[in-house]
Design a protein around this ligand. Structure first.
Ligand code: ACO
Length: 331
């Protein structure tokens, strides 16, 4: 098997236009702008209009990322969609998206890793290109979290938003910046702390499951918070140490955007200066698999992410899943 260097050749994102602010949420549940801001850092999030699904927000991001890579959809050999909110259980959102964009030569699948959906999908797409199986991979992180959020539950509805990101991965020339390494873990004992209890084979949809509101996100916020703070810092440190690096060597740290306090605790643990840490959750909330590409895109727009930069991505999500990817930015 050949091992080829792989680079990010295109990046784009999409969020639906409708904005749900903290003030709007004050009208739905007993909460306040002050509480949400202080506990999470979130000010507003984007929410799809009824009838809009994950493939609908992934499509514009995918098309723009492919165009930036100087390719057409027919050049894509593989599609992986990191998502917790597929359009349907089957067919996969990868299949729906393949047909929508006309990626006639691609195969692919959905990847379920919750908030680690992007870091895991990036790794899978990377290895597909590195192995020589395909020349160009389309990696999507996209979620319509509003489809599984209970807007009568104040402990979860303030946290999430809808959003999508896409990157195209291609073979890098020997002197080009490329993906370097990854380190992922899962800990299935954390499952009950963050889950959607019904709708799968364990508890198929029934009048009872709907009446009991079991098709929504249920979360033990404190347990998830504790695990995320511990694991996010730990995985970042281990991946850096494997390369003889410290936080001081990084140009940028892009964490999954769930809670400002989790990101700041991780940054502190690896000794990162605040200007190297991207936080944009105030505008988007937690878009699950969408957060990291949305943060990368913002960092690029404001000039904090440049070609050649050493970048560390980390994520912690339901499962529990833990992810980290080290790369040199190539756009
Ligand atoms: N508005 C006002 N009060 C609220 C709200 C709200 N929206 N939600 C909860 N409260 C109340 C609680 O009922 C509780 O009241 P009580 O003391 O009378 O019982 C009080 O606020 C404190 O609740 P805590 O859960 O202790 O608040 P905490 O400081 O832990 O913050 C939060 C809660 C924001 C959910 C935090 O635990 C968190 O961010 N956890 C991580 C969850 C997460 O981001 N999950 C996403 C997916 S996984 C991942 O991405 C890492």
């Amino acid at each position: 098997m050949v091992i080829r260097p792989v680079k990010v050749a295109g990046l784009s994102t999409f969020v639906p236009p409708h904005v749900l602010t903290n003030d709007d949420l004050e009208k739905l549940v007993e909460t306040s702008n002050e509480w949400i801001l202080q506990r999470t850092g979130i000010k507003e999030r984007h929410i799809v209009d009824p009838g809009m699904a994950t493939s609908d927000i992934a499509e514009p991001a995918a098309r723009a990322a492919i165009a930036e890579a100087g390719l057409t959809p027919a050049d894509i050999g593989f599609i992986v969609v990191g998502t917790t909110t597929p359009d349907t259980v089957f067919p996969s959102t990868a299949c729906v998206l393949q047909a929508k964009i006309g990626a006639t030569k691609a195969w692919g699948f959905d990847l379920g890793a919750a908030c680690s959906g992007f870091t895991y999908s990036l790794t899978v797409g990377w290895k597909m290109v590195a192995s020589g199986a395909v020349d160009h991979a389309l990696v999507i992180g996209a979620d319509v979290m509003s489809s599984i959020i209970d807007y009568t539950d104040r402990s979860t509805c303030v946290l999430f938003g809808d959003g999508a990101g896409a990157v195209v991965l291609s073979v890098a020339a020997p002197d080009e910046p490329c993906l370097i390494d990854f380190l992922h873990e899962i800990d299935g004992h954390g499952g009950p702390s963050l889950c959607m209890p019904a709708g799968g084979s364990r508890r198929p949809a029934s009048h009872e499951t709907v009446d009991q509101r079991q098709h929504y996100v249920k979360q033990d916020g404190a347990a998830v918070f504790k695990f995320a703070v511990k694991k996010s810092g730990e995985i970042a440190q281990r991946l850096l140490e494997r390369h003889g690096l410290t936080g001081a060597d990084l140009d940028l740290f892009v964490s999954h955007q769930a809670n400002r306090r989790i990101i700041e605790a991780t940054a502190e643990r690896i000794g990162l200066a605040p200007e190297k840490v991207i936080i944009n959750l105030e505008r988007f909330g937690n878009t699950t698999a969408g957060t990291i590409p949305l943060a990368l895109a913002d960092a690029r727009t404001d000039g904090r992410l440049k070609r050649g930069d050493l970048v560390l991505l980390t994520s912690v999500g339901a499962g529990f899943t833990v992810g980290s990817v080290l790369l040199r930015w190539s756009l």
